[in-house]
Each structure stands twice: as structure tokens, then as C-alpha cells.
Design a binder for this molecule. Structure first.
Ligand code: ADP
Ligand code: MG
Length: 303
């Protein structure tokens, strides 16, 4: 049967743990061949989303479809390769044995030697799995996710514990997988990683989708900057509050901290107040703060 169904389709999917809404009314569709980053801070609901996608957790409400079928059917058909965050590896086996097992279990397997070489782990093939470094273990998990010819590859924070070189090699390999027409979905809390690798970025915060676009679009949306300085004189808060492009202001003693959506204009106007700021610093927002900026903007909009 030929079908134009989405690779992944979430329709109003929710999942709560007691009072925590880990995933909250999520609707999204992934198209064939996309490389998509699921970007969000710790606790945003990334792992829960991927667990729901893989059928490892059941939604409280809503539906999850992969290739127009249930997650279970898609996985049994070998259409999905996954690398989970929490997944323990069997301890007492060697890397080669574990990879061979994964190939045996896949309906459309590659040769184990091919899988080992693609993941760059031939040199450690004979090592016991419980003797690996964090980065090596991640490469083995990646090998398990690419043991066969899957259409969708799902990766939960795959580069955790990898050094810079290993990380680059990993993404080069991943790009080859994508270039062969596969759909790749990976969770990350690194804005830079989403920027460098993904065609499309889904920003998740408290289980809700806050933004869906290219990395450039997301960064522009999270483009606020923070400005800090000290004032020798008594601080005139009212005057500071009148500065243009201000999104937040806190004063503690002589130190003023500001967030602004146009730092150049804010600083220019600051000097225009006739004050003399010392130790002036302007910096980009960290990702967590950028999310707060995006969330605040979203909440203001919905009022
Ligand atoms: P992320 O992967 O983005 O860090 P998670 O999906 O792991 O986020 O978690 C989302 C939220 O759900 C967090 O607040 C987390 O503490 C909570 N959570 C996740 N798994 C469980 C669980 N098994 N039991 C209770 N709370 C959980
Ligand atoms: Mg997680």
C-alpha cells in the first residue's frame, strides 16, 4: 500500500504523572526525510514524548500514529530505530555480541560488521559493555539504533557524554542517514546542536509546543539579551523602567539587571538618562532564559 501518511503524527496527546503534565495536548506531524530537533530544557517532556512515540508509554488522551499505524506495528515492521536516554545496555556481553543481537532482532538488518564500522566502534568490539566510557556507550546505543534499514531514527539526547570530536563524527554519520531519505528525530537541550543539525526545530516547554520552525526562526524568537551594570548614584527605578525594549528589570543594591529584545537601543537610551553605568555587560540569554523569554511572550499573547 502506498501512503502519504505522516511519518509521525501526534493528535492532542497528553500524559501526566500525578500533578505533572509531562506532555500537554501535543499535536505535530513529521514529514518524510526531515531532520527534526525536539528542543527543550530538562523536564520539558522530551523523553516522555519520545516514549509515547515509541509506544513505551500510553497517552492519557490523544493518539500517536507512526506511518499511519500504531507505534507497535511500525516497530515490529522494523520501520523505527531508536536510541533511548535511559536504556541500560546488557552488562556481561561484548559490544560485538550486543550489536549482533540487535541485527538478529531487526526485520531488515545490516551486517554487524557494517553496523560496527558505521558507529565507529570496531576497535572496541571485543570489550565488555560494562567497561565502556559514557561516550563509547552512546556510540553503542547509536549502533543499536542503526542495526537495520529503518525509515525513522529516534534519538534521545544522543551526544550526552561525547567529547567534541566524537560528537562531530556522530552527527556526520547521522547526516548520512538523513541524506539517504530517512526521517531523524532527536531530543536535545542544546540550542547550538539543534541549530547545526536540524532542518526543523520543535521547542517544547512544560509539555507544550511553543515554537515550530527553522533554527533561525527559533533563535530570532529567543533573541532577547541580558544587560547588567552598576550605578553609583541612587537608582531611579521608574526611569529605568521607561527604557525601550525592556522585558524585565531587577535591582539589587547598586546592580541593575535588565532583559531587552534590542540591547543596542536599550543601552543607547540608558546613556541618554544621564547616568554613568559601570561594569556594563551585554550577553545572550542562556537557553533556559531564552525559553522563559519565549514562554513569557506566549503567555502575554494569550491574555
Ligand atoms: P525531558 O526529557 O525533557 O527532560 P521528561 O519527559 O523526562 O523531560 O520529564 C517531563 C516531566 O515529567 C518532568 O517534570 C519529570 O520530572 C516528569 N516525569 C518524567 N518521568 C516521570 C515518571 N516516571 N514519574 C513521575 N514523573 C516523571
Ligand atoms: Mg529526557
Amino acid at each position: 500500500m502506498t501512503t502519504t501518511a505522516s511519518v509521525v503524527a501526534f493528535d492532542q496527546v497528553s500524559k501526566a504523572y500525578d500533578a505533572v503534565r509531562a506532555v500537554d495536548g501535543l499535536t505535530l506531524a513529521l514529514r518524510p526525510g526531515e531532520t527534526v530537533a525536539l528542543l527543550g530544557p530538562n523536564g520539558a517532556g522530551k523523553s516522555t514524548t519520545l516514549d509515547l512515540l515509541l509506544g513505551l508509554k500510553k497517552p492519557d488522551s490523544g493518539t500517536v500514529r507512526l506511518f499511519g499505524t500504531s507505534p507497535r506495528d511500525a516497530i515490529v515492521a522494523g520501520r523505527v530505530g531508536a536510541m533511548l536516554q535511559s536504556g541500560g545496555l546488557m552488562d556481561e556481553v561484548t559490544v560485538a555480541e550486543l550489536v549482533r543481537l540487535a541485527c538478529d532482532l531487526h526485520p531488515k538488518p545490516y551486517r554487524p560488521s557494517e553496523v560496527l564500522s558505521r558507529a565507529g566502534i570496531e576497535q572496541i568490539a571485543d570489550r565488555k559493555v560494562n567497561k565502556l566510557s559514557g561516550g563509547q556507550a552512546q556510540r553503542v546505543r547509536f549502533a543499536l539504533a542503526t542495526a537495520g534499514d529503518s525509515d525513522l531514527i529516534v534519538l534521545d539526547e544522543p551526544t550526552t557524554g561525547m567529547d567534541v570530536t566524537t560528537r562531530q563524527a556522530f552527527w556526520a554519520t547521522m547526516r548520512e542517514q538523513a541524506d539517504q531519505g530517512r526521517t531523524v528525530l532527536f531530543a536535545t537541550h542544546y540550542l547550538e546542536e539543534a541549530d547545526a543539525v536540524a532542518d526543523r526545530v520543535l521547542v517544547l516547554h512544560r509539555g507544550r509546543l511553543l515554537a515550530d520552525g527553522t533554527a533561525a526562526e527559533i533563535k530570532a524568537k529567543a533573541g532577547a539579551r541580558r544587560i547588567s551594570f552598576d550605578l553609583a548614584d541612587t537608582v531611579d527605578e521608574a526611569a529605568l523602567r521607561g527604557l525601550p525594549f525592556l522585558t524585565s528589570l531587577t535591582v539589587s543594591g547598586p546592580t541593575v539587571r535588565i532583559q531587552s529584545t534590542d540591547a543596542d537601543a536599550t543601552v543607547h537610551a540608558l546613556y541618554g538618562l544621564g547616568v554613568y553605568p559601570r561594569n556594563l555587560e551585554v550577553a545572550g540569554l542562556g537557553l533556559e532564559q531564552a525559553f522563559v523569554a519565549i514562554t513569557t511572550a506566549e503567555e502575554a499573547k494569550s491574555k
